[in-house]
Design a protein around this ligand. Structure first.
Ligand code: FES
Ligand code: FES
Length: 154
């Protein structure tokens, strides 16, 4: 089937197998490999992308569902060659170790900050509860999101 959608600000029309997941479509058809496959069944959050303003698990979403929709992947966080403040704060706070969870963490945090620019720590923890990290112990990730929400202000 043919689908038309916007990905990271660009309009695209592609043929897609109706049974293909959005995760596979993004990685294999669009060659956007920043989005990671961890569990493949909605448990780890590594595959998180933003679909029409909401964080979704792309492993549980069909590519066909993005017809007429707008999708942002981790590659779309960079604007005019500049990293998003979240990416800078993740680096500053050492919130990245192996990095496998990082694209999903960033996209879950971005979706939160798009609708809530001054989230409480509890709101951050709730928004990112579906994202698993086996390296960092989570504190630096939460600190990085809090700092990004403050716009880097102390
Ligand atoms: S790969 Fe989608 S939630 Fe784990
Ligand atoms: S940094 Fe390794 S899983 Fe999070």
């Amino acid at each position: 089937m043919k689908i038309s959608f916007k990905i990271n600000g660009d309009n695209e029309t592609r043929d897609v197998n109706p049974s293909k997941t959005l995760l596979r479509f993004i990685r294999e058809d669009l060659n956007l490999t920043g989005t990671k496959e961890g569990c493949g069944e909605g448990e780890c959050g590594a595959c998180t992308v933003i679909l029409n303003g909401k964080a979704v698990h792309s492993c549980l979403t069909l590519a066909a569902e993005i017809d007429g929709a707008e999708v942002t992947t981790v590659e779309g966080l960079v604007k005019n060659g500049e990293l998003d403040i979240l990416q800078n704060k993740f680096m500053e706070h050492n919130a990245i170790q192996c990095g496998f969870c990082t694209p999903g963490m960033l996209m879950a945090a971005k979706a939160l900050l798009m609708v809530n620019q001054s989230p409480s720590e509890l709101e951050i923890r709730r928004a990112m509860a579906g994202n698993i990290c086996r390296c960092t112990g989570y504190k630096p990730i939460i600190d990085a999101v809090k700092d990004a929400a403050r716009g880097g202000r102390k």
